[in-house]
Each structure stands twice: as C-alpha cells, then as structure tokens.
Design a protein around this ligand. Structure first.
Ligand SMILES: NC(=O)c1ccc[n+]([C@@H]2O[C@H](COP(=O)([O-])OP(=O)(O)OC[C@H]3O[C@@H](n4cnc5c(N)ncnc54)[C@H](OP(=O)(O)O)[C@@H]3O)[C@@H](O)[C@H]2O)c1
Length: 315
C-alpha cells in the first residue's frame, strides 16, 4: 500500500462518526443556556437525541445537562463561530436574547444554517403576535423581520411564537412580597405561558415531522387580567397582592431609575401597551397539539414555585 493511500484511509477512519451516532440527526440549540433553551437541551437529551448547545465563551453550562450534550463556543455576532457550531446540523433552534441587535443575530444564525448546504430544519423561537403586531413593538418587529428572512432563505422552517412567560413573575418576587404588582398592562387579559411548555413544544417540533411552514402560537390555557394574576400570585406569596395599573410614562421612568437599558425598557412599555389593548389575549391549543397534554395553568406554576416566590432572593 502506498503511503498516500494509507494517509487517505486514516483520514477517512478519523472522520467516521462513532457507531452510536449513526442515523441520528444533529440538533443544534442556540440561546441554550437561557430560560427556554436550557430546557430544550435537556428535553432533547431525555429523548436520547444528539444535541449541540451553543454556549458563549465563559457562560456557565446549566447543571441539569447530561455529559452527552456537546457544548460549542459561539457568538451570534461571530459568523465563523456560527459556521463551526452549525456544521453537520440537521435541525437548528434559533433563540436569540432580547437585544438591540436581535434581528441581526437571528439573521446571522439563519445565514449560517444556509451556509451548511444541508438545508437544516430551522425552528425560530419568536413571540406571540409575530408577523401581526410588529409595528411599533420593537421585540415583535425584530422577530417579524427574522420570520421574513427565514421564509426567504429557502430553508425548511417552523416558528414557535410564545406569549409572555409565567417565569417573568419570578423576577418580580420582591415587589410581590410587598403586596404590589405594578405594571403598565391596563385591564387587558394576557394568555401567559409556562416556559416548560414552550420547551416541550420545541422538542416536539425539532424531533417530529409535518411542521414545515407552520407558526405555532404557544399560550397558557386561559387569558387573565393582571388583577386576576395578582390574585393567583398572592396565594403563592402567602398574602394578598394588589395590581396597580401604571401609566406607560411612569413605568418607563421606574425601569430607567432601576437601571434598565433604555432600549429594553422602552420595548417593555411597548409590549405592555399591546397587553393593555387586549392584543395578547388569544388562547390557542397549540401546546396540547404539539406535546399531547394541556398547557400548564398559572395556578399550577405558582404552586410549584411557591418557595421561590416566598424566598428572600430573587431569580
Ligand atoms: N420573556 C418573555 O416573556 C418572552 C415571551 C415570548 C417570547 N420571548 C422571546 O424569547 C427570547 C428569550 O428567551 P429566554 O428568556 O429563554 O432567553 P434568556 O434566558 O434571556 O437567554 C438568552 C440566551 O441567549 C444567549 N446569548 C445572548 N447573547 C448571545 C450572543 N451574542 N451570542 C450567543 N448567545 C447569546 C444567552 O447566553 P449567555 O448565557 O451567555 O448569556 C442565553 O443562552 C427572546 O427572543 C424573546 O423575544 C420572550
């Protein structure tokens, strides 16, 4: 055997995938260390899927992941790192953080998916109202731009559009303990959803068939006004919580005084404007359609998280 042939054979052997990965698709999850993404990763692993989790340099890897999760360092602002992270991807979960450049971040991941040349199934994590209420609501406008870009990419796609998360209320626990839920949500009802249902729906779409070109709006089982939500949260905190409907200007001033970045604070006020107008009150059964069981109720969520709501440290 010539040495050139030996070299070729050795290279071919080195590039062979381990036996146990044969025939199994590679699913790449972005936003993987966050609230939803970390649950998508563990949910996929619970089903025995091959998972590559995109992790920023220096960010902590969630403790509940098993050793089989392939963590790869990449950043939404670095296309070369995205190329490395998405190489050999069969499916990609695109979840970007709320950020002034979030539309560019979504585009960068979609571009990297196109560059793989493998036409991976791209599942875009957007927000309820994507494509409908984008005007004047920056977070939705960014996701709407991402949806348009993805549709034009030629890749097979699905969009998950969750409503506001129950988990957001954990970050308000200190205020809730003072008996106050102060938000610029007016009297509109909102069909908030549990991020665990969002993650389970994502796992179903990433591993299932027949979801191409679908937009799933993920909501809880009911639309509740913030006054009703305050009542449910009060049960968890252990004493009554009253809802105070803030004027948008007062809410913005409060967030800025608390150190919020202006872009984000203004975006939150825009979003609550939609909530106040009843624009986030639709209830769907898309969670049940995808996961096979009804969406968790707010009451279930607060009962399960009662200790966190009562604890002195916030999440
Ligand atoms: N909150 C809501 O009520 C709600 C409702 C509907 C839809 N959404 C949408 O859900 C998304 C947020 O989901 P989430 O709450 O699960 O997110 P999250 O907890 O804020 O996590 C964001 C993830 O993105 C990663 N990330 C941030 N910047 C990055 C960068 N430059 N390069 C690579 N990774 C980066 C973070 O990594 P690190 O760990 O390194 O920071 C983290 O893994 C947004 O698109 C939002 O519009 C939110």
């Amino acid at each position: 055997m010539t040495s050139a042939l030996i070299k070729q054979l050795s290279a071919a052997i080195v590039s062979l995938k381990p036996y146990e990965t044969w025939g199994r698709q590679m699913i790449v999850v972005t936003g993987a260390t966050g609230t939803v993404g970390s649950e998508v990763v563990s949910g996929l692993r619970a089903r025995g899927e091959r998972v590559r989790a995109l992790v920023r340099d220096g960010s902590a890897v969630p403790a509940h992941w098993d050793a089989e999760v392939e963590a790869v360092a990449a950043d939404f602002t670095n296309p070369a790192s995205l190329d490395r992270a998405l190489a050999d991807a069969d499916a990609v979960y695109v979840l970007v953080a709320v950020h002034p450049e979030m539309d560019t971040h979504e585009r960068n991941v979609i571009d990297a998916a196109v560059r793989t040349g493998r036409r991976p199934h791209v599942v875009l994590h957007a927000a309820a109202g994507v494509g409908e209420h984008g005007e004047g609501i920056r977070f939705l406008a960014a996701h709407t731009a991402g949806l348009g870009y993805l549709g034009a990419s030629g890749l097979p796609w699905t969009v998950l559009a969750p409503n506001g998360f129950y988990q957001n209320f954990l970050g308000m626990a200190a205020a809730l303990r003072t008996g106050r839920l102060a938000l610029p949500g007016g009297t509109g009802a909102v069909s908030y959803v549990d991020t665990r249902d969002v993650a389970e729906a994502a796992v179903a779409v990433l591993t299932g068939e027949g979801h191409e070109n679908a937009i799933y709006t993920l909501t809880g089982p009911a639309a509740l006004t913030h006054a009703e939500i305050a009542g449910v949260l009060g049960e968890a905190v252990g004493h009554p919580v009253a809802y105070e409907a803030l004027e948008p200007e007062a809410a913005l001033a409060g967030m800025l005084a608390a150190g919020w970045a202006p872009w984000r604070a203004e975006g939150m006020v825009e979003l609550y404007g939609l909530y106040a107008a009843g624009g986030a009150s639709a209830v769907t059964n898309d969670v049940e359609k995808l996961t096979g069981r009804p969406a968790r109720s707010l009451a279930t969520f607060v009962t399960e998280h009662a200790a966190a709501f009562r604890a002195e440290t916030d999440h």
